[in-house]
Design a protein around this ligand. Structure first.
Ligand code: NAP
Ligand code: GCO
Length: 267
């Protein structure tokens, strides 16, 4: 099929974006809605789902929100069944929900390490496992896992997160390997450093009003010389959710302003 503007059309598609009341998930959902998708999202707390619904409505999007902890397999299975019945079968899954705990490994409690792995790696497995059977039956589906620079690099204090996101990169490649035969494409997006609540502590101005050292570090390590914004991820997500990427499988698409390609400026 030759590529036209319609190749990026998501009209008639149901997209589930996990943890998308705000942040990167919200921006991805907004971009997909702008290309015609019906948006479904979840959050752990009803008040956050309500907040998300209000934000979507303010942006002219009639979204469907569900309260669900993505780590709870029974709750996820129940949510997917409800979505199936109330909205329609899920065509696009974005495993976006995630947490980070920044603690030096030798000081990190094992239970905290496990919690990060649970949300950032076990949950994408649980949610993908819940949506795959219907995609297999329909011989069509798109799964997009939100990976990270930490799928490729380490840094101090993020051992659990890097382990999870490294695993998520390989889970992405394995789902691609196992289910491409059903015309299901599974890929990842690896955002660079994006200005969201998750990275707010890394951008907090200093007491004297100067920039946070990490803020200066990231801007100097990014060829684009800026933090990313959530909207930078919308286009890449639409591409991976659309028929324009029907022969793309197992790719981790880094949307990072060039960080992963840059050795850094000589001091
Ligand atoms: P964020 O602002 O912290 O938002 C994370 C979202 O996930 C929130 O809506 C959160 O809901 C939800 N969530 C967390 N645990 C959940 C659970 N157990 N069940 C359901 N929802 C849950 O993060 P973000 O910056 O938008 O990041 C989104 C994704 O991109 C994450 O996977 C993150 O690792 C990844 N990422 C972020 C960056 C970055 O620089 N920001 C870069 C690369 C990758 P609550 O508010 O209720 O906790
Ligand atoms: C950190 C940041 C990063 C970003 C992102 C980069 O503490 O290093 O939170 O991990 O969230 O994952 O791609």
């Amino acid at each position: 099929m030759s590529t036209t503007i319609n190749s990026f059309d998501l009209t008639g598609k149901v997209a589930l974006v996990t943890g998308a009341s705000y942040g990167i998930g919200y921006a991805i959902a907004k971009a997909m809605a702008g290309c015609g998708a019906t948006i479904v999202f979840n959050d752990i707390k009803q008040e956050l789902v309500d907040k998300g619904l209000a934000s979507y409505e303010a942006d002219g999007i009639k979204a469907h929100g569900y309260v669900c902890n993505v780590c709870d397999e029974a709750a996820v299975q129940d949510m997917v069944a409800k979505i199936n019945a109330e909205v329609g079968p899920i065509d696009i899954l974005v495993n976006n929900a995630g947490i980070i705990k920044r603690v030096p490994m030798v000081e990190m409690k094992a239970e905290d390490f496990r919690q990060v792995i649970d949300v950032d790696l076990n949950a994408p497995f649980i949610v993908a496992k819940a949506v795959l059977p219907s995609m297999m039956e329909r011989r069509s589906g798109k799964i997009i896992n939100i990976c990270s620079m930490m799928s490729e690099f380490g840094r101090e204090t993020v051992s659990a997160y890097a382990a999870a996101k490294g695993g998520l990169k390989m889970l992405t490649k394995n789902i691609a390997s196992e289910y491409a035969q059903y015309n299901i494409q599974c890929n990842g997006i690896g955002p660079g450093y994006i200005a969201t609540p998750q990275t707010a502590p890394l951008r907090e101005p200093q007491a004297d009003g100067s920039k946070h050292p990490f803020d200066k570090f990231i801007v100097s390590r990014t060829p684009a010389a800026r933090w990313g914004v959530p909207d930078d991820l919308g286009g890449p997500a639409v591409f991976l959710a659309s028929s324009a990427s029907d022969f793309v499988n197992g790719l981790i698409l880094y949307v990072d302003g060039g960080i992963a390609s840059y050795i850094g400026k000589q001091p």
